[in-house]
Ligand binder design. Structure first.
Ligand SMILES: NC(=O)c1ccc[n+]([C@@H]2O[C@H](COP(=O)([O-])OP(=O)(O)OC[C@H]3O[C@@H](n4cnc5c(N)ncnc54)[C@H](OP(=O)(O)O)[C@@H]3O)[C@@H](O)[C@H]2O)c1
Length: 115
């Protein structure tokens, strides 16, 4: 039995990883900061196979050693948990516009170049 860990299971990418791994028949451990928050983690338990093969565990990137137990004995880790370090701001759109206006025009043109 292959066991995978997906960090930050409630996240956009992590949730798809959890769903896909379960659909492929794997056993999955996923981390969240608050496993008791049913409103936030509940949808993970709706995935096919979740009741039998998904374990939701508590871990926080800001706490040293927090992931030690979670990672014990897993075969692979998808580390996609990502802290948002910018404080929440109702006025984020206005702030972004101010920031964009402060970028010189030649730099904005550069941003439009195809990669
Ligand atoms: N979405 C995209 O299109 C995209 C494209 C390219 C790259 N990426 C990269 O992929 C990564 C994940 O992106 P995403 O869009 O899936 O992000 P997301 O939806 O914001 O999910 C990130 C998850 O990280 C968890 N998290 C936040 N702070 C944490 C902490 N201190 N400790 C542990 N877990 C924490 C959160 O879960 P809890 O709140 O439940 O703990 C959250 O659900 C990011 O590094 C992003 O830059 C994303």
């Amino acid at each position: 039995m292959v066991v995978y860990c997906v960090t930050g299971g409630t996240g956009f990418i992590a949730a798809y990883l959890v769903k896909t791994l379960l659909e492929k028949g794997h056993t999955v451990r996923t981390t969240v900061r608050d496993p008791e928050d049913v409103g936030k983690v509940g949808f993970l338990l709706e995935f096919n196979g979740a009741k039998e093969r998904l374990k939701i565990m508590k871990a926080d990137l800001r706490i040293e050693g927090s992931f030690d137990g979670v990672l014990q004995g897993v075969d692979g880790v998808f580390h996609v948990a990502s802290p948002v370090l910018v404080p929440y701001d109702d006025n984020i759109q206005a702030k972004l516009l101010i920031m964009l206006r402060s970028i010189p025009v030649f730099q904005l043109n550069f941003l439009n170049f195809p990669t």
